[in-house]
Write a protein that binds this ligand. Structure first.
Ligand SMILES: C[S@@+](CC[C@H](N)C(=O)[O-])C[C@H]1O[C@@H](n2cnc3c(N)ncnc32)[C@H](O)[C@@H]1O
Length: 243
């Protein structure tokens, strides 16, 4: 039987998932930043601040921000003095990021189009690997985790910020209503694109639970793994070390 993977609530071939995820981010690139604020009420900024505090980027460290999109995580890490490479499979997302970086006068970032599943970087290149709201869009998550492990130096650290499943009962119901009913409408109103935002919500629902994802990180070879739930697990920071 041929392999199938989830695209939102649909089962599709791996090639089709990669193509359709590409279409989603090409469609949303121009409005991506404004939509993030609209959908999260600005909270994504706080989650990203917290995430980068966990990473603790040091001056001169080589950090790969994978699925870095329009640069939100990279800009924060660059401000700490780290040497950051921003990678994403989608050139349109990277182009928006490059334009934002130019407006901020940031010229030290390296922008490199890459598929998280098959990186062109040599093994043991980076001190840290970050991926924020990106891994659930990757077709083969296990391959991306294996690549993260490969490109990290010994002693390197892995950090993932991703939506997960909140375990707060009352909050869960309100969030279900908000995400399934309101987010596509906000997507329609702000970006004239309900379908892309419907996919983004569905992909959150299909993502493994926190313990399952932690196990996947361990299976890729990381040790001392940790999960830090935010808002009961609505969002979670997963981390691990390569030793
Ligand atoms: C929701 S955006 C997150 C962007 C940014 N990290 C942030 O937090 O704002 C997800 C990103 O994952 C990228 N992506 C999806 N599949 C990918 C893959 N296989 N390899 C690299 N990037 C991928 C998309 O192009 C998109 O830019």
């Amino acid at each position: 039987m041929s392999e199938s993977v989830s695209f939102g609530y649909e089962e599709v071939s791996p090639e089709e998932k990669t193509r359709r995820v590409g279409d989603v981010f090409s469609n949303v690139a121009a409005k991506y930043d404004i939509m993030n604020d609209a959908m999260s009420g600005g909270m994504h900024r706080l989650w990203k601040d917290r995430f980068v505090r966990r990473v603790k980027p040091q001056p001169g460290e080589q950090i790969l921000d994978m699925a870095g999109g329009t640069g939100d995580i990279a800009f924060r890490m660059e401000a700490c003095g780290a040497d950051v490479t921003v990678s994403d499979i989608n050139q349109e997302m990277l182009d928006v990021g490059i334009e934002r970086a130019m407006k901020r006068g940031l010229d030290s970032l390296v922008w490199s189009r890459q598929n998280a599943e098959e990186l062109t970087f040599p093994s043991r290149t980076f001190d840290a690997y970050t991926i924020a709201f990106g891994i659930r869009n990757v077709t083969h998550i296990d391959r991306a985790l294996a690549e993260a492990h490969r490109v990290l130096k010994f002693g390197g650290r892995f950090f993932c910020l991703e939506f997960s499943t909140t375990e707060w009962p009352g909050f869960k119901d309100a969030y279900d209503f908000y995400s399934h009913k309101l987010v596509p409408q906000i997507g329609k109103a702000v970006a004239d694109d309900a379908d892309s935002y419907r996919y983004l919500i569905e992909s959150i629902r299909r993502f493994p639970t926190m313990p399952e994802f932690e196990q996947m990180i361990r299976d890729a070879g990381f040790v001392r793994t940790r999960v830090e739930p935010i808002l009961g697990g609505l969002v979670a920071i997963h981390s691990g070390w390569k030793v």
